[in-house]
Design a protein around this ligand. Structure first.
Ligand code: 5GP
Length: 178
């Protein structure tokens, strides 16, 4: 764990905030046809915790889009690697994302999913790094705003590692700023 620096958000704080978000979403989606769309792989842990706090019938689906790969800088190119299993026409779609950074991924996903004619489309992210935004994105539910640091844990990886940490930590910059 030498590559892991300061803990930015501890487990207890994460759990508390996820409960609050779940309660808010429960109120907002009562009587609606809710489908959670998780963006693989980073959103998996957040989405599974969040879904348990939404006290409503719901469906889940997943999409995978191209990400940073082994680099910590966005290429700006978004590609669908795995599409949804089911149609979303007429559904109340809530995109569940791990972190919004430049906004390029969500900007693309929003217009792609809107073209499939959902009844509504909203975004819920665990973390938001507003200082890095390149394109504007309206986020409806934000767990935490964080500074411009590369973070890992709670689903977020560096080279596929650290996703299983139960907290959010800052990656030691020495490992990629060489
Ligand atoms: P965006 O398109 O908003 O620039 O990037 C979104 C994606 O980049 C996230 O879903 C995530 O996979 C990756 N990403 C952005 N910032 C971080 C970070 O600090 N840590 C990790 N592990 N991934 C990040």
């Amino acid at each position: 764990m030498d590559n892991i620096g300061e803990i930015l958000i501890d487990e207890e704080t994460l759990i508390k905030r996820v409960k609050e978000l779940g309660a808010e979403i429960t109120e907002d989606y009562r009587g609606k046809n809710l489908i959670l769309i998780g963006i693989l792989k980073g959103a998996v842990i957040f989405m599974s915790d969040l879904s348990k706090e939404i006290k409503l019938p719901l469906a889940m689906d997943f999409m995978a889009v191209s990400s940073y790969g082994a680099s910590t800088h966005s290429s700006g190119v978004v590609r669908i690697l795995k599409d949804l299993d089911a149609e979303i026409e007429g559904k109340d779609v809530l995109i569940v994302e791990d972190i919004v950074d430049t906004g390029l991924t969500l900007h693309y996903l929003q217009s792609n999913l809107l073209s499939r004619k959902p009844n509504s489309l909203k975004i819920c992210c665990c973390l938001d790094k507003p200082s890095r935004r390149k394109v504007p994105v309206d986020i409806d539910y934000v767990g935490f705003e964080i500074p411009d640091e590369y973070v890992v844990g709670y689903g977020l990886d560096y080279n596929e590692r650290y996703r299983n940490l139960p907290y959010i930590s800052i990656l030691n910059p020495d490992i990629y700023k060489k």
